[in-house]
Design a protein around this ligand. Structure first.
Ligand SMILES: *Cc1c(COP(=O)(O)O)cnc(C)c1O
Length: 377
């Protein structure tokens, strides 16, 4: 089945006996047992819930994994993921991760005895030299947030397979519509469902997609034990959002390409980070490993005043955190998503007072450009 069809029909066997087209919201905390020692397959909604299960099956099909566990937020998913590791374990991680993931690793995981090597996985391809006896996994985000670095997933997968490590890929920025890391050798795929999957800036969600039954089982045990499961209503909102994932992604990336090209021509814009520009260092790898370039653009303006003016003067475009929704949002990573990343570390990656991030929505590209034009002038 084509991915656009999976978005809409998902896994039909779960539909109820009334023929309802929309999957029912099973707003039930618990489920009655038919007899002693018997179960309908549903016992308690922290463990299983039919609405959430339907959503998990759709995500599994979209990512072509073995199974999915849905969490209340992306960070809840990544926190649960870290329970796979124990004190003394070592992970190799990309140096440009979502700010919240960076905070989780440095504030919580380190305290819990997990060790990290932070590497620019888009440039430093010889990751073997960082592998220790205690290394358990490589965690990458590609394209990365917010500097849009592209890591060659297949190349990293060769290393993880050879050394028996887990390859974990945060696939939030392209969504399963444009990139499927499991098909390229990843073991676990992470999503902030809050972003493209939900698509409407109205719901928080997170997913872990496992490539094997063994990993899936471990993640399920962690989820039911730690308890940050996605609610039935939020699961339903995600199911509803995903129905339009394909057309949203197509329109968003069409708009993004137009806006990236336009930004490149603006004298006040010094640098444009968009993986769909042929001069982007990750362009060729992206063409090989993804089906599109997505709708995330970062750019650097000439000075801090211009950055602030732009943020304050945009009307249609909203100055807000988050990404992936139908509304175009502009973010100031230095003060928002990456405010907890130490200054020197942040600035060494170019995330400074001139650096802005745009999540392009589905409005008219002309209107978006007009808004940017008046805000820049
Ligand atoms: C937003 C985001 C997260 C965290 O997800 P939440 O749903 O906000 O908890 C993780 N990774 C990436 C790449 C993100 O953009």
């Amino acid at each position: 089945m084509d991915i656009t069809t999976v978005c809409i029909h998902g896994n039909r066997k779960n539909l109820d006996y009334t023929g309802a087209i929309s999957v029912p919201i099973y707003q039930s905390a618990t489920f009655a047992h038919p007899a002693v020692g018997e179960s309908t397959g549903y016992d308690y909604s922290r463990l299983q819930n039919p609405t959430r299960e339907h959503l998990e099956n759709i995500i599994t099909d979209l990512e072509q994994g073995k199974g999915t566990v849905a969490f209340s937020t992306g960070m809840a998913a990544i926190s649960a993921l870290m329970e796979l590791f124990s004190i003394g374990d070592h992970l190799i991680i990309s140096d440009d991760l979502y700010g919240g993931t960076h905070r989780l690793f440095s504030l919580i995981s380190k305290k819990n005895g997990i060790e990290f090597d932070v590497v620019n996985t888009s440039k430093d391809t010889d990751l073997t030299k960082y592998i220790r006896k205690t290394t358990k996994a490589i965690f990458i985000e590609t394209p990365s947030n917010p500097t849009m670095q592209v890591t060659d997933i297949k190349a990293v997968a060769e290393i993880t397979k050879k050394h028996n490590l887990l390859l974990i890929v945060d696939n939030t920025f392209l969504s399963p519509y444009l990139q499927n890391p499991i098909l390229l050798g990843a073991d676990i795929v992470v999503h902030s469902g809050t972003k493209f999957l939900s698509g409407h800036n109205d719901t928080l969600a997170g997913f872990l997609v496992a490539s094997t039954e063994d990993i899936l089982e471990k993640l399920r045990v962690i989820s039911k034990t730690t308890g940050a499961s996605l609610s039935p209503f939020d699961s339903w909102l995600l199911i509803r959002g995903i129905k339009t994932l394909s057309i949203r992604m197509e329109k968003q990336q069409e708009n993004a390409k137009i806006i990236a090209d336009w930004l490149c021509r603006q004298p006040k814009v010094k640098k444009v980070y968009y993986i769909g520009l042929p001069e982007h260092p990750g362009y060729e790898i992206s063409k090989n490993q993804s089906r599109g370039f997505g709708s995330m653009i970062s750019f650097e303006v000439e000075n801090e005043e211009t950055a602030k003016q732009l943020l304050e003067k945009v009307n249609l475009i909203l100055y807000a955190e988050s990404l992936g929704g139908v509304e175009t949002l502009i973010t100031y990573p230095m003060l928002q998503t990456h405010s907890d990343v130490p200054k020197e570390e942040r600035e060494s990656k170019g995330i400074n007072e001139c650096f802005l991030r745009l999540s392009v929505g589905i409005e008219s590209a002309d209107d978006l450009i007009k808004d940017l034009e008046q805000a820049l002038s």
